[in-house]
Design a protein around this ligand. Structure first.
Ligand SMILES: NC(=O)c1ccc[n+]([C@@H]2O[C@H](COP(=O)([O-])OP(=O)(O)OC[C@H]3O[C@@H](n4cnc5c(N)ncnc54)[C@H](OP(=O)(O)O)[C@@H]3O)[C@@H](O)[C@H]2O)c1
Length: 265
């Protein structure tokens, strides 16, 4: 089984550069997909209260013989749970549903400023308390702009999980996160499969004898990003992790970089 490269977060913890996304995997499909992911070597699972499948993922974890300290489990507190008491109840439910006593990374799912004003700032302070209590090892954010991060009273999240894929590669936000030493986790790393039919990706896939998904995930890894692809398909779950025995050239990376449409007016 291939070794998955790890990225060192600013608090010293290591995060596997490929994780398994679990959004939209429901019921038995979630249990089966996570079981398959663990069998083929994923050790990092991306989860959230919002995805409503932590009980089913917990079943897959319980059935696997993988020691807890070999897993990297990420959870997210949903916008409606950002008040400190609600956040604590949400985290306790997640831990109970997954059958674990701590998470490796806990994120604020979204600042949700329009609906909740500056609740995300108080929620961040709750996350800091959970960390001090050992319920979560590292804490971070998701869907935050640089301004939202600046509002966290000088505290630095170790991760910002944002939408990021070749046609939406967010170079400006990535540069801002780099300047703050915040690791970027790419969600929807395949562009929800839309980027896989792009001609640039298809041509590079053909030239390198790999699949379009493998080329896109390799692009994330070579850019120092963490990617969390999701699939419910056993063969694709394995394919998406099988990317550590080839490299894209500098020219191929540049061609994929030029697919970005995130900053076009
Ligand atoms: N923080 C946030 O707000 C946020 C938002 C969105 C997502 N996320 C996280 O990011 C994860 C991934 O993002 P995502 O689920 O939106 O999309 P994604 O991983 O970019 O794409 C998933 C889609 O690609 C297909 N696919 C996967 N591997 C493939 C392959 N090798 N070849 C062809 N098609 C393939 C899947 O279909 P099959 O199942 O049929 O293979 C599915 O339709 C989520 O599951 C979730 O954990 C976080």
């Amino acid at each position: 089984m291939a070794q998955i490269p790890q990225l060192r977060l600013s608090d010293g913890q290591q995060i596997p550069q490929i994780g398994f996304g679990t959004w939209a995997l429901k019921g038995e499909v979630a249990t089966q997909a996570v079981t398959r992911a663990l069998e083929v070597g994923y050790r990092h699972l991306d989860m959230a209260t919002l995805y409503d499948n932590e009980v089913e993922i917990g079943r897959a974890l319980a059935a696997s013989a993988i020691p807890r300290d070999e897993l990297f489990l990420t959870g997210k507190v949903f916008h409606d749970d950002m008040a400190p008491d609600a956040a604590r109840r949400a985290l306790e439910t997640t831990l109970a549903d997954l059958g674990v006593d701590h998470l490796d990374l806990y994120l604020i799912h979204s600042p949700s400023v329009k609906r909740h004003g500056d609740a995300y700032i108080w929620c961040w302070e709750a996350l800091q308390r959970f960390q001090a209590e050992g319920l979560v090892t590292s804490i971070g954010v998701s869907n935050f702009t640089d301004d939202h991060i600046a509002a966290l009273r000088g505290a630095t999240p170790v991760v910002n999980q944002i939408e990021l894929h070749p046609t939406f590669s967010q170079p400006r936000l990535r540069a801002q996160m780099r300047a703050r030493k915040i690791a970027v986790v790419s969600y929807s790393p395949l562009g929800q499969a839309d980027d896989l039919t792009n001609q640039v990706v298809q041509e590079i896939a053909e030239a390198s004898g790999r699949t379009p998904a493998q080329v896109v995930l390799r692009w994330h890894v070579q850019h120092g990003l963490v990617a969390i692809p999701r699939s419910s398909h056993p063969q694709r779950i394995a394919e998406n992790l099988d990317i550590f025995d080839f490299e894209l050239s500098r020219e191929q990376l540049g061609l994929i970089d030029s697919m970005d449409e995130s900053e076009r007016s």
